[in-house]
Design a protein around this ligand. Structure first.
Ligand code: GTP
Ligand code: ZN
Length: 353
């Protein structure tokens, strides 16, 4: 993108807007400091950000109860959905977030200028959804796996539309077995039958998940079935959230009801809500096809990790170099040739850009 040169007057105007905004934030923060000191806020509590609208957040108290609309202390920029926070309740039913807990991980997406921005945090697993139709290319699955591995969040493969799978499963079954052998959980689903989501419910339980995958694989259908009481169509956000400026990109955390089949009759009371948590937004669903560097790509193929660093040349590019540990492993059948071809393909696509 070409850098636009601003006139002196435009720069002055931008600086003025910025200064006014900072002043307002400082005033608000000053009022908060005074009110906190005057004991107008309750004790510190733990909570989790479930939605984010400009400078205001919705926080779910860890102890249960309804979500609370909170604003932020001035020093707390950059909170995202899924962050664990410390907050205090005000007397009017709203609250103030005073601290962020350390993050285990964060999911980032490039903004309009290509800069990576955090969009969600505290995620336990990335569910990579693909389908019997449109037929998945193993290269695309690998691409998603590499992107997931780069975030440090555990990937799970979800094959949807298994109602369309021929009885013996064919090549797709072989492909799935190969990923399962690498240690990746593989879940098969269909939204066409009532029991088609049992395995998915089990995988989601007690964890925070996101769904990613290509258009048409059935992400919306799966999420609709998991959250039958939510209207998730884009543009059907609540009146409250529509006030925000980031309506289409903001991520929301949903608490998943446990499936009826998972509800054992002897389940302890109060455990009905342990169906897991889902963070979703249109931007998150598209995650995976963002830019990576060549080292991340090699690292993202988990079966390569034992060999990386063992090539004869330190700067080996694993193409035709003698003594390449990866090429030798492919030769010996320890690394599948298709996965190596996929690695090459992804690295080549990076070098083209
Ligand atoms: N046969 C079959 N069709 C399904 C299944 N799940 C979803 N579909 C159909 O697949 C099509 C695409 O489903 P969506 O849920 O819109 O897919 P998506 O991944 O959300 O697609 P985008 O919104 O474009 O990202 C729809 O026509 C669904 O009815 C399934 O389990 N079996
Ligand atoms: Zn090498």
């Amino acid at each position: 993108m070409s850098k636009r040169k601003l006139s002196r007057q435009q720069r002055w105007r931008i600086e003025k807007i910025h200064a006014e905004r900072t002043k307002r934030a400082e005033q608000r923060d000053g009022r908060d400091t005074a009110r906190l000191a005057a004991g107008e806020y309750g004790p510190e509590q733990s909570g989790r950000v479930i939605a984010h609208f400009g400078r205001s957040l919705e926080v779910a108290p860890t102890d249960g109860g309804d979500a609370v609309r909170c604003h932020l202390r001035a020093n707390l920029e950059g909170l995202v959905t899924g962050d664990w926070v410390v907050w205090r309740a005000g007397q009017d039913g709203s609250g103030v977030v005073v601290a962020r807990q350390p993050r285990d991980n964060v999911l980032e997406r490039p903004d309009a200028r290509g800069r990576l921005k955090p969009v969600a945090a505290g995620i336990d697993q990335i569910l990579i959804v693909f389908a019997v139709e449109p037929e998945p290319h193993s290269n695309l699955i690998d691409r998603y796996l590499v992107a997931a591995e780069a975030t440090g969040i555990a990937p799970v493969l979800v094959l949807n539309k298994v109602d369309l799978l021929p009885d013996e499963g064919g090549e797709l079954r072989t492909l799935l077995d190969r990923y399962a052998a690498l240690g990746y959980p593989v879940v098969t689903t269909t939204t066409a039958t009532s029991s088609g989501l049992d395995a998915l419910h089990r995988q989601l339980k007690d964890r925070t998940s996101v769904f990613v995958g290509q258009s048409g694989v059935g992400k919306s259908s799966l999420i609709d079935r998991l959250l039958p009481n939510e209207d998730l169509r884009i543009g059907a956000l609540s009146a409250d959230s529509r006030k925000g400026t980031h309506t289409t990109t903001t991520a929301r955390l949903y608490r998943l009801p446990s499936s009826t089949t998972d509800n054992a009759p002897d389940g302890a009371p109060g455990e009905e809500d342990s169906g897991g948590e889902l963070i979703d937004s249109p931007g998150i669903r598209e995650f995976g096809l963002t830019h990576l560097n060549a080292d991340q790509v090699a690292d993202g193929f988990i079966e390569f990790r034992d060999y990386l660093g063992h090539c004869r040349f330190r700067d080996c590019r694993h193409r035709a170099e003698p003594g390449c540990a990866l090429l030798n492993a492919v030769e010996r059948g320890e690394i599948h040739a298709d996965r190596f071809a996929s690695y090459r393909h992804i690295v080549d696509s990076l070098e083209e850009n």
